[in-house]
Design a protein around this ligand. Structure first.
Ligand code: MD6
Ligand code: FE
Length: 236
């Protein structure tokens, strides 16, 4: 919802920048419609099964590389993962630039995205994003219902933490000393999303990341799967 009082940019921790309302309604609608296409099979949106036997409450579709606990692969159910469109990588680059967190030495070059859909009951437990090898920031875009995002610390799942609301159109960039901070979604506030972005209910979150893996390294060229834990270079 459009705030009556504009929310100012925030820097809740070193390396974390929130730019409220970074996406306008047209951009949000475009992203929602793109997510709807990506969600279709093959390699469409699904609930992720956890090794302990549980199932995540969010539904996920990945672009570029598929995340499964706790690695990135190029195929899902035998189908190739959909590519990450260049326009979405460009959007990620612009996002990082706008937060001032860009690395002057090296352009931000995301090669994968996770798209998560939350219904009113979905949450995401406190976790670290640590299956990437690149230290580059994670770019997070929120669409639809407002979520309560819990930003914790790098030591563990206990306090201190800061709760903040992520509204539709908000950009959150997560990098630097916070890159490995625990974080999660404690709840969704149903009915809070904008009416004009073609998302009737729920919340979409798109995170863009640099895997830090070369395309040959994860078995793509050899046709296999799984992350090979060998040193890599940051050259393409
Ligand atoms: C979400 N986001 O907003 C979940 N991870 O639905 C994440 O897990 C996340 O927003 C890394 C960086 C930014 C994020
Ligand atoms: Fe995360």
């Amino acid at each position: 919802m459009t705030a009556l009082i504009p929310r100012p940019p925030a820097r809740p921790a070193p390396g974390v920048v929130l730019l409220p309302g970074w996406l306008d309604a047209d951009e949000q609608r475009h992203l929602v419609r793109a997510c709807r296409q990506w969600a279709r099979p093959p390699a469409g949106m699904r609930r992720t099964r956890l090794p302990g036997g549980g199932t995540m409450s969010v539904r996920t579709v990945c672009l570029g590389r598929h995340w499964e606990p706790y690695r990135y692969v190029r195929h899902v159910d035998g189908e190739p993962v959909k590519p990450l469109p260049a326009w979405l990588a460009d959007l990620g680059r612009r996002a990082v630039a706008d937060t001032g967190l860009a690395d002057t030495e090296r352009p931000y070059a995301p090669d994968l995205a996770l798209v998560n859909f939350y219904d009113a009951a979905a949450t995401m437990g406190l976790h670290q994003d640590r299956d990437e090898r690149s230290p580059a920031p994670v770019v997070s875009l929120s669409l639809g219902d407002t979520a309560v995002f819990r930003l914790g610390n790098t030591r563990g799942r206990s306090r201190p933490w800061t709760d903040m609301e992520l509204e539709s159109g908000d950009l959150l960039v997560f990098g630097g000393p916070a890159r490995l901070a625990y974080h999660g979604i404690t709840r969704i506030l149903p009915g809070t999303g904008p009416a004009d972005i073609d998302l009737a209910a729920g919340r979409l979150n798109i995170t863009l990341r640099e895997s830090g893996f070369s395309s040959s390294e994860d078995g793509f060229l050899s046709g296999g799967e799984g992350v090979v834990k060998t040193p890599h270079t940051l050259t393409k």
